[in-house]
Design a protein around this ligand. Structure first.
Ligand code: NDP
Length: 451
């Protein structure tokens, strides 16, 4: 058995009950095999064994009182995975499904993603098994305050800078930051994704979705193609999905799907700017369900189906796919149906939305497949730019930030492609992203000695 397979087996043995974390470790480490051959010093210093164990994982109780006066208790997490190249950085997820394994998978992925951006950011992730859906603003505020009551002691502008993720948008960041200010008495920009009025960056809400489209454009360019006039499937209808559709519209593509945890809509005429305005209002203000889109625009709605199941069952044809909801939403059968129906470019807005078998289908069929850690890195990249602006006590214009985002996505694409070529898998963005992200972190860990 190879050294890397040995490390993977040990993780399997020790970290039972964490399937998403095991999946992420298996995907990343398997593609790092060639680095172990080229860098015996990494092997000697046991970098591979060390990188799969977080620096620390914090688990805490979050007690709060709901509107009816009842005490509620949730579990809060912050996993500070690796700070070799910069302060810990990574979002907070509030969703029923959150557990230690999910936060570890996200934190582990974040190490390599943040490194790919070329900005000095380590990897971390956090969250709670609390779902803001169906809660009043006051309940969400009380929860956020209770969560920050513990989290504040573990974070800091040079230590750990959290941001948003599923279930944590502008409203939640406002409540979290407001309470941090109250108890720490330091307006030190310890979160990103802040409102523009109190230190946020222009383009941060748009960054992940825009970045995923910029990444797709780079992949298409390698085959002499562009986004214009392509058809696209987008899943989810939250932050990432919304701005993916906005950028696709701006670049002349037609998006025909959106979804939420209750079902999927298909609009063959395309989700144009007016319809997207309706989605913004529906999801960000009224916090309603995507089925209302189908009612309003008289288009098909598939209850309890994902976008990818609908593509398979209805034989929907799209050129491009932007999975933008959650992990493991695409399995082997759906991936096969996507390829069969002509989809040849997948740019992942979500983290690990394709399971290992689905990824293999994409690779075997030589479609352009941009894994999340490269394709969705635009979000954390602009978070990094928000940190820079805060540190300089100034702010850049919309155009400046968008320009920097485009350059960063272009560079991520180029370094990913280069690494894939250098390590003998030209055009395999999975191998390229993992290796390009890993090397900088591994070399830093090596320089620090055994710590
Ligand atoms: P949001 O909470 O804004 O939106 C999430 C969307 O996905 C919603 O439509 C939600 O539906 C749907 N969804 C979430 N969980 C499930 C589930 N278990 N089953 C079905 N549908 C689900 O989150 P974001 O848009 O911020 O995040 C989406 C993905 O992008 C995640 O994988 C996240 O980790 C990743 N990401 C986000 C970044 C960011 O900057 N926000 C940065 C990089 C990656 P419903 O409303 O019904 O819950």
């Amino acid at each position: 058995m190879s050294l890397i397979q040995d490390v993977i087996s040990r993780v399997h043995e020790k970290e039972t009950g964490q399937p998403e974390f095991l999946q992420a470790v298996q995907e990343v480490l398997t593609s790092l095999e060639p680095t172990a051959i080229k860098h015996p010093d990494f092997v000697k210093a046991k970098i591979y064994d060390r990188i799969v164990i977080p620096d620390r994982a914090i688990l805490f109780r979050v007690p709060w009182v709901d509107d009816s006066g009842e005490v509620q208790i949730n579990r809060g997490f912050r996993v500070q995975f690796n700070n070799a190249i910069g302060p810990y950085k990574g979002g907070l997820r509030f969703h029923n499904s959150v557990n230690l394994g999910i936060i570890k998978f996200l934190g582990f992925e974040q190490i390599f993603k943040n490194s790919l951006t070329t900005l000095p950011m380590g990897g971390a992730k956090g969250g709670a098994d609390f779902d803001p859906k169906g809660k009043t603003d006051n309940e969400v505020m009380r929860f956020c305050q209770a969560f920050m009551r513990e989290l504040y002691r573990h974070i800091g502008p040079n230590t750990d800078v959290p941001a948003g993720d599923i279930g944590v948008g502008g409203r939640e960041i406002g409540f979290l930051y407001g309470y941090y200010l109250k108890i720490v008495n330091a307006n030190n920009s310890v979160l990103t994704g802040k409102g523009l009025e109190y230190g946020g960056s222009l383009i941060r809400p748009e960054a992940t979705g825009y970045g995923a489209v910029y990444f797709a454009a780079e992949m298409l360019a390698t085959r002499g193609q562009q986004i214009d006039s392509k058809s696209a499937a987008v899943s989810g209808s939250g932050n990432v999905a919304q701005y993916t559709v906005e950028k696709l519209n701006q670049l002349g593509a037609k998006t025909i799907t959106l979804s939420d945890s209750n079902g999927t809509i298909v609009d063959e005429a395309g989700i144009d700017t007016d319809k997207l305005e309706f989605v913004f209002e529906l999801k960000n203000h009224r916090r309603g369900r995507i089925s209302e889109y189908a009612d309003k625009y008289k288009v098909p709605y598939y209850a309890d189906k994902t976008v990818w199941e609908v593509i398979k069952e209805q034989n929907l044809k799209v050129d491009l796919a932007f999975p933008s909801a959650h992990e493991n939403e695409i399995h082997k059968a759906e991936a096969e149906a996507m390829v069969k129906n002509g989809c040849y470019c997948i740019s992942e807005g979500a983290n690990m939305p394709s399971d290992l078998e689905a990824v293999q289908v994409f690779l075997d069929n030589h479609v352009l497949y941009g894994p999340g850690k490269a394709a969705n890195a635009g979000g954390v990249a602009v978070s990094g730019l928000e940190m820079s602006q805060n540190a300089m006590r100034m702010s850049w214009s919309r155009e400046e930030v968008d320009q920097k985002l485009q350059v960063i996505m272009k560079n991520i694409h180029a370094s990913t492609l280069e690494a894939s070529e250098e390590y003998g898998c030209k055009g395999n963005y999975v191998v390229g992203a993992n290796i390009a992200g890993f090397l900088k972190v591994a070399k830093s860990m090596l320089a620090y000695g055994i710590v």
